[in-house]
Design a protein around this ligand. Structure first.
Ligand SMILES: [Zn+2]
Length: 435
């Protein structure tokens, strides 16, 4: 039995995946130190009251550098090409403080919505130079108290066709970039870009994350080349591809072949529902295709998959609150996933992106950093169904955010406002005041 000084903090009655009953979680020196039905110890405690506890959401694909641009957009919101062109024009004027300020807005929203890990994709090319990259490095440092931000540098507007871009990518990789991204569909030599990026990734020993196959034309794909290079270079488990909306347009046999190819190569897939649904199918006059790849079906083939935010309030996606729980709910709704699959959709924004990002110490396990969030629902599946609010979060054992419950002000019988009561709480949960 632990002695009274064994813990710095104890969470009481946490509903945790894999446990039939709520458990206590002890934290010592910023790490999980015990998980048991009851921890007998005298330490500061927080009563969770049977609410769902997760190790925080993992957002594997977010563009902080081009977020929150809506006020600057003097153009019509069209398809993908129009969005790329709009941001291309704007980013010549990006400054490091400007990118920092907009990125911070998204990070703070993400933190307050329960995200504890994020891969930020940042554009590098001669138009913007390393200014956005410098902003992301500062954001990574300044918000480390609440979120682990890894930086993925990539050439949004092509590599082989954009002189000077490769040199800038090399400078960023020498200066702290964690991951190398790609965007072959904007390159005049897509296979050349893929080849060059694999060479650079091997040289700097970093993982790869491509924007890939982002339309609904199934007559051609870059997926095969990425899988071929991944296998040839023994890079399985270190390559992810994002969007891959072409897969949504494939008939079952072709979908199965592509899924087998991805699983065999060890290439992971991220879908970005808000952007995929907003930009694709614009040519349709009616019966508009969804253009959202069903990653819950790819999981059945052994492909590592995630659902992520991508863009927030910009020409690619003029929506967003950086909430991954809302995004997982959105995915489930559009992909027609029923309650039996809600737990799997939680995995798509937690454990699976953690695997995609090769996070070594993610999860509520003894020895791992004490990162957790509390959702205002009895289980994670119910939280997904109702988009429950994250009510508090901890990073390394230190509280990173709190969200008090809403208060309903019903009138009493005299017409005056009655005493207030907390609203939005599940009746299944007792209000113990501990949160
Ligand atoms: Zn993206």
């Amino acid at each position: 039995m632990p002695d009274d000084t064994a813990f710095d903090l104890i969470f009481r009655q946490a509903s945790l995946a894999g446990h039939d009953r709520p458990v206590d979680i002890g934290v010592r020196r910023g790490r999980f130190a015990a998980i048991a039905p009851t921890i007998v110890a005298d330490a500061p405690e927080i009563v969770i009251g049977g609410r769902a506890v997760l190790p925080g959401f993992v957002d594997s694909h977010v563009h902080l550098d081009k977020a929150c641009l809506l006020g600057r957009c003097g153009h019509l919101h069209g398809g993908l090409k129009a969005a790329i062109a709009a941001v291309s024009a704007m980013k010549r004027d990006f400054t490091t403080p400007d990118v920092y300020e907009r990125g911070a807005q998204v990070l703070e929203r993400a933190i307050a919505k329960g995200t504890t890990w994020m891969r930020g994709h940042v554009e590098i090319d001669p138009r913007v130079g390393l200014r956005s990259f410098e902003a992301l490095k500062a954001l990574k440092r300044d918000y480390a108290w609440a979120i682990d931000l890894t930086i993925c540098v990539f050439p949004q507007e092509g590599l082989t066709n954009d002189p000077g871009t490769e040199e800038l990518l090399v400078r960023a990789l020498r200066d702290g970039a964690d991951v190398l991204g790609g965007c072959p569909y904007t390159d005049t030599d897509p296979h050349g870009q893929i080849e060059t990026l694999f060479n650079l990734a091997a040289r700097f020993d970093v993982d790869l994350d491509f924007h890939l196959d982002f339309d609904l034309d199934t007559s051609w794909m870059h997926l095969d080349e990425v899988c071929r290079q991944t296998k040839r270079r023994g890079y399985g488990g270190r390559v992810a591809i994002g969007h891959v909306t072409k897969l949504s347009a494939l008939p079952p046999d072709a979908f199965a072949r592509a899924a087998d190819c991805l699983a065999e190569a060890g290439v992971a897939v991220t879908v970005l529902p808000a952007t995929d649904l907003y930009l694709l199918g614009r040519e349709a006059t009616h019966d508009v295709p969804r253009g959202l790849t069903p990653v819950h079906r790819l999981l059945e083939y052994g492909v590592t998959c995630s659902v992520a935010t991508n863009n927030v309030l910009n020409p690619f996606t003029p929506f967003g609150d950086a909430s991954l729980l809302r995004m997982a709910n959105f995915y489930a709704n559009v992909a027609q996933v029923g309650p039996e699959g809600f737990g799997g959709c939680i995995d798509l924004v937690t454990t699976l992106p953690a695997r995609l990002m090769n996070l070594r110490d993610y999860g509520i396990k003894v020895g791992n950093p004490a990162d957790l969030i509390v959702l205002d629902a009895p289980t994670a599946s119910e939280a997904l169904a109702g988009i429950a609010e994250p009510i508090m979060g901890f990073k390394g054992g230190r509280r990173s955010f709190s969200r008090p419950a809403a208060v309903l002000h019903a009138p009493d019988s005299t017409g005056a406002q009655s005493s207030s009561r907390a609203g939005g709480r599940s009746p299944l949960l007792r209000d113990d005041g501990g949160v």
